[in-house]
Design a protein around this ligand. Sequence first.
Ligand SMILES: Cc1cc2nc3c(=O)[nH]c(=O)nc-3n(C[C@H](O)[C@H](O)[C@H](O)COP(=O)(O)OP(=O)(O)OC[C@H]3O[C@@H](n4cnc5c(N)ncnc54)[C@H](O)[C@@H]3O)c2cc1C
Length: 257
Amino acid sequence: MTREPDDSSKQLAQRVGAVASLCEVASTEQLSTSIYQVALRGNARTLAGTPGNDVMIRLDDDKGRHVRRRYSVRGLDEGTDEFTLWITIEHEGPGSIWVKAAQPGDLVDVIGPRGKIALDPLADWHLFVGDASGLAAFYRMAESIEVPSRAIFIVEIDAADDAVSAPFGEGLGVTGIFVDRQHRSMSDAAGLLSGLAAFALPPDTGHAYLFGEFHVMRVLQEALLDRGLEPEQISHKAFWRSGRSNAEHGEPEKIED
Ligand SMILES: Cc1cc2nc3c(=O)[nH]c(=O)nc-3n(C[C@H](O)[C@H](O)[C@H](O)COP(=O)(O)OP(=O)(O)OC[C@H]3O[C@@H](n4cnc5c(N)ncnc54)[C@H](O)[C@@H]3O)c2cc1C
């Protein structure tokens, strides 16, 4: 078996200024009803980039076509040359199917680091809003906040055990609000809006990071502008889109409904 990534991955990596590597699945673990953790081994330091970055993995869809899926890096262990991803599984798609079946020793093409959203080093507080698909990025970014500072998480979840926590160091004031979706539609922002409404934004200058469903991200961005944040205080990225598979390149399609 070849130990090189596919030529298409090498070419794509070159185009986007990243690196293509063949990684080995080191372990998988179901963390909660909706979240699987997978640890990948190989070229970890480079692929993992900085907090907020993601990697792109090459998978097959149910018709045997190659597709790419993007997942934020949750953690990096340079000692074992491993990095971890948290992948949501309560839907059917190439990504969720792959992670549930992945076995130690499996090889996968990985391109990284990807992504342009990083922690705002000048912000006095950091507000992370989204769903379970954003947790890996939220927690890794929050772990990199220079203390003393404040991190606020407002995250919509489908099952109580999806409120997976993370250990943060002393000096970081942490507020976590987990909102139960209560069977609302995946594109309905009402849950996160009520979570946001229940929270008084701290004084001084903050930065909001919005990662989650396409329609919900749009509504939340407007809501935060209405709350007085300036556009440059909001970083947002649609990670997936209700009712549609992500496109071959791994991002939700931006066409109108
Ligand atoms: C920059 C970036 C970083 C990302 N980081 C992460 C991450 O760390 N963890 C993570 O889990 N995802 C992350 N995603 C989203 C992930 O790439 C997509 O959810 C991906 O489409 C899932 O792929 P899939 O093949 O399983 O399902 P797809 O083939 O894309 O979709 C199949 C069906 O499942 C639905 N679906 C997709 N995702 C979800 C979901 N989360 N909840 C409910 N229904 C869903 C779709 O609407 C569709 O109907 C990220 C996306 C981007 C662009």
